[in-house]
Design a protein around this ligand. Structure first.
Ligand code: PLP
Length: 340
């Protein structure tokens, strides 16, 4: 009889979990969208396939760091959701497996461009614009002016009243950093970030936490994707959502298969589901408001109309490069140390 080791570590893990009375997951997915959507997607995929999958919600930068750290022996099969420039960074570091999804030809042009830009390693699943939102009840009670522009957020009136994500962990906050650099130029953007830092109550690990805190009245202003704020507003919170007057950036959320994934065929099936109208509908069903990438998928009723928002021509190639990411994050950390 052959020993367990002849079947490799994967078989040993399966035997260990089978002995403990558990079923080994057929697929391991790290999920970069909101927890609610992660859970809904897992349920929908398991119901469709009859398979059990492991799905964990993490912030986008943390997913990139985990996939980097596991390069020699990946435990993750699919990275689903989270900002696309971070997927592009992983692709440039040869951490992702190219795959042509079944529904690629049904994708909207921005998603097809993104797929081509990634060298066929990452597919766009949704788009959404960055902005901020304030709690109208708190604003009225404190008799403060309503902010309408990025530059307003540095007003002393908002000292300690703003939350933003930390771009080291949050894809949303990295999009904010890249957006400000594209809007104002790098030197002015970092002067702005130093001024904004004086008003920041807390940098959160997750990118949607700031608008959730504003929705609960814990902080006045949250910087996040506008679709995250719409979800909070739809749930009844007194948020006013702002598309900043100077213009703003946007994300293309993506899905990728990890290079060296242990369940490649199942990973491909998951990606196909994620791009199908059925898979994309799980977002709206879970109360999410991103714009789906499949032209056949229906738009969530409350999704912000991206065509009406003044948008930068977001440079995914530049801000999707690992060198640019490291450089900007180092500079961001230096600004925080200098102004704290
Ligand atoms: N939640 C939603 C709804 C998003 O669209 C995104 C970005 O793709 C994220 C969360 C990203 O989360 P984080 O900023 O924590 O990486």
């Amino acid at each position: 009889m052959r020993g367990i080791s002849a079947f490799g570590a994967g078989a040993a893990l399966w035997l260990a979990t089978a002995t403990a009375g558990m079923t080994a997951p057929s697929l391991t997915v790290l999920c970069g969208v909101d927890e609610v959507w992660c859970a809904a997607m897992q349920k929908a995929y398991e119901a469709k396939t009859g398979l059990e999958i492991a799905m964990t919600r993490m912030s986008t930068g943390d997913i990139l760091n985990q996939i980097r750290a596991e390069k020699a022996a990946p435990t993750v099969d699919v990275w689903w959701g989270g900002t696309g420039d971070t997927h592009l960074q992983a692709g440039s570091e040869n951490l992702l497996e190219p795959y042509q999804p079944a529904h690629e030809r049904d994708m909207l042009p921005w998603a097809q461009n993104f797929f081509a830009m990634s060298g066929g390693r990452s597919a766009g699943i949704y788009a959404g614009a960055l902005g901020f939102a304030y709690n109208a009840d708190l604003l009225r009670a404190a008799k403060l002016p309503a902010p309408t522009c990025w530059k307003d957020l540095t007003d002393i009136a908002y000292r300690g009243r703003i939350q933003s994500g930390n771009p080291n962990s949050s894809g949303t906050a990295f999009t904010t950093l890249a957006t400000l650099v594209q809007l104002f130029g790098e030197e002015e953007a970092f002067r702005y970030l130093a001024a904004l830092n004086r008003n920041i109550e807390r940098y959160t690990s997750s990118g949607s936490a700031p608008v959730k805190a504003a929705a609960r009245g814990e902080v006045l202003i949250g910087i996040s994707f506008m679709h995250d704020a719409v979800t909070q507003k739809e749930a009844g919170s007194p948020l006013v959502i702002v598309a900043p007057c100077e213009g703003t950036g946007y994300e293309i959320g993506a899905v990728s298969i990890v290079k060296g994934a242990r369940h490649v065929e199942e990973a491909k099936r998951f990606v196909d589901f994620a791009l199908s109208p059925e898979g994309q509908a799980t977002g709206a069903a879970a109360g999410q408001n991103q714009v789906p990438s499949n032209a056949m998928a229906s738009l969530p009723l409350a999704a912000p109309d991206i065509s009406l928002i003044k948008m930068v021509d977001y440079d995914f190639a530049t801000f999707g490069s690992p060198e640019e990411r490291s450089r900007l994050l180092e500079r961001f950390d230096a600004v925080l140390s200098a102004t704290n």
